[in-house]
Design a binder for this molecule. Structure first.
Ligand code: CO8
Length: 373
């Protein structure tokens, strides 16, 4: 068995950003328009009037202040309310592959590797652009990488679950330099007309390179001390979009074909699960939570992260312990904990311990315990 190390990360930042004020202005314009168009049905009690959104609610309930998106105009147009991303021909690089290649090149540069040295590609994300060929095969070809690639989806835990696949492949010798890319174009699967969730998500792509320690060349390396994954079935976060929709005589545009959740239940059920999972995983390695210098947690909700940290170390989550990126990025599905790791590890010293942990739909939780070399 070989020791696996993380040698580089990359982060794609989409071209547009939307503040809460811009988002709420467009949502409320949509609500006004809807209520005016349906005034007679609303008066007759046949249609329920829509309620406006508010910046104050969004910030207080979630901690989110901003999000990046692939297309801003389509999202903010009250007559459209979803991104406009033109179709590409089969011989053009697809959108998900394009952003994955950019993040992957950054990770390779950080690790001192040429992309042609990659020999395994995991495209791990909450949504895939198409059924097949696998996004990973297209990304592999665009990078000039070798070996094999496949797609995997465990919603918000896709990236950590992908890291475990990469770590295991490196450990047993089936890959020497494995890439985990998480292109998360969440804006395409968010119902921007629903005030309960219209503020939650943002787009991005992250990349993580996992290599054999004995052949790694980067100046900065993180020993992977352990990975642990768990799933427990729940309908509380769900999206029924899929290839069977046509057979169900669905046009794929019904409300249940985009993200839905019971946010309160998710909050209540996932916080104790995530804290217990991290504590048990650390316990297996004889590490007390208080010995961990940094927790790079899933970025869905500020309050959730504060509670997880309180359960683990008995204190509020200051940015020293659990850095927050969702204020700027929103919930970027599986990329959130990786963005936190990418942006907030530079100050840690040799021997410092950290935990990357995702939690989300499934339910799914994935933890990766790392130590700086
Ligand atoms: N503006 C003003 N008022 C609002 C708004 C709004 N935008 N939205 C809701 N309200 C109102 C509600 O109607 C409600 O009113 P009332 O009390 O009169 O009924 C009141 O505010 C409170 O509403 P909630 O109970 O819903 O508010 P919460 O305090 O629970 O906050 C959150 C809502 C922020 C959603 C919170 O519950 C939360 O963050 N929960 C955790 C969610 C979570 O972690 N989910 C993980 C999902 S991510 C994942 O797994 C990846 C999926 C794949 C990605 C797909 C891409 C799209």
């Amino acid at each position: 068995m070989y020791q696996a190390v993380i040698t580089g990360t990359g982060l794609y930042r989409p071209p547009h950003q939307i503040s809460n004020a811009e988002l709420v202005a467009s949502f409320n314009a949509y609500v006004e328009r809807f209520n005016a168009e349906h005034a007679a049905e609303i008066a007759a009690g046949e249609v329920v009037a829509l309620q406006p959104s508010s910046v104050e609610f969004i910030e207080k309930a979630s901690g989110i202040k901003n999000r990046y998106v692939m297309d801003k105009d389509g999202v903010l147009d009250p007559a459209r309310m979803y991104p406009k991303i033109p179709a590409r021909s089969d011989d053009q690089l697809s959108v998900m592959a394009e952003i994955a290649v950019e993040a992957a090149r950054q990770a390779c540069a950080a690790a001192g590797r040429d992309p042609s040295e990659i020999d395994a590609v995991y495209c791990a994300a909450a949504n895939m652009q198409r059924g097949y060929p696998a996004m990973a095969c297209e990304i592999q070809a665009a990078l000039g990488a070798k070996g094999y690639g496949f797609d995997m989806n465990v919603a918000c835990s896709s990236a950590t679950f992908g890291i475990e696949q990469a770590v295991n492949a490196v450990k047993v010798g089936s890959a020497r330099c494995a890439l985990v890319v998480s292109p998360e174009i969440t804006s395409a699967h968010l119902e921007w007309r629903d005030r309960d969730c219209h503020f939650i998500f943002g787009d991005t792509c992250t990349a993580v390179l996992v290599e054999r320690a004995d052949t790694a060349v980067s100046a900065e390396q993180w020993d992977v001390l352990g990975t642990q994954l768990v799933t427990q079935y729940s309908n509380n976060i769900r999206n029924n979009f899929g290839f069977m929709n046509r057979c169900e005589d669905s046009n794929g545009r019904e409300r249940d074909k985009t993200f839905r959740q019971e946010g309160r239940k998710v909050f209540k059920e996932v916080v104790p699960m995530a804290a217990a999972h991290i504590e048990a995983h650390l316990g297996q390695l004889d590490i007390a939570p208080t010995q961990v210098k940094r927790f790079w947690l899933h970025q869905a909700n500020l309050g959730m992260n504060q509670l997880v940290i309180k359960k683990l170390v008995g204190a509020e989550a200051g940015s020293e312990v659990a850095p927050l990126i969702l204020d700027e990025w929103g919930n970027t599905a599986s990329a959130g904990s990786i963005i936190a790791f990418h942006q907030h590890r530079g100050d840690l010293a040799q021997g410092d311990l950290g935990v990357i942990c995702s939690f989300g739909a499934g339910y799914s939780i994935g933890s990766v315990i790392v130590k700086k070399r």
